[in-house]
Design a protein around this ligand. Structure first.
Ligand SMILES: [Zn+2]
Ligand SMILES: [Zn+2]
Length: 149
């Protein structure tokens, strides 16, 4: 797949439950990132599913709370209705926005499932997709120069 084919050609528009915050992703990746880590479970009930954005705009910033969940990550939500909005990797500023906020195209697929070793026993995803343990994903990031101490 070329770099261009990896991006969804139309803008994606979504908003929180109460409508105070709306997000437009001009260029979203044609893939959903899934994280099964214990923090994502505590945050959202079970797995986190997000789409990576190349470029985006946000309306309703005054209603957003960005919570620093660790030294390297920020999780944001609507202060009025509590809807989750994004996960941001602070060292790069890269974010994924909640997949559930958007009307995604039919051909979108799971990119990878990370922290598969922390996935609860009571569900499995039927789709075949690459799976990485927490140690594997941390090793990948460390190889790319990031530290998590
Ligand atoms: Zn809201
Ligand atoms: Zn996670």
């Amino acid at each position: 797949m070329s770099e261009q084919e990896k991006l969804i050609a139309r803008p994606l528009k979504g908003s929180c439950l109460c409508g105070s915050v709306s997000i437009t992703i001009e260029q979203a990746h044609r893939e959903v990132d899934v994280c099964h880590c214990s923090m994502c479970q505590t945050w959202g009930g079970s797995m986190y599913a997000g789409v990576e954005a190349e470029s985006f705009s946000i309306k309703g910033e005054e209603h957003i709370t960005a919570y620093p969940s660790s030294d390297w990550a920020e999780r944001a939500f609507c202060s009025r209705c509590g809807s989750h909005l994004w996960y941001k990797f602070v060292p790069t500023g890269n974010r994924t926005f909640l997949a559930g906020m958007f009307d995604l195209p039919q051909d979108i697929a799971i990119k990878q499932q990370i922290f598969i070793d922390e996935k609860p026993h009571w569900y499995d995803l039927a789709q075949d997709s690459p799976k990485k343990t927490g140690a594997e994903i941390i090793a990948e990031a460390e190889a790319a120069g990031f530290t998590f101490d």
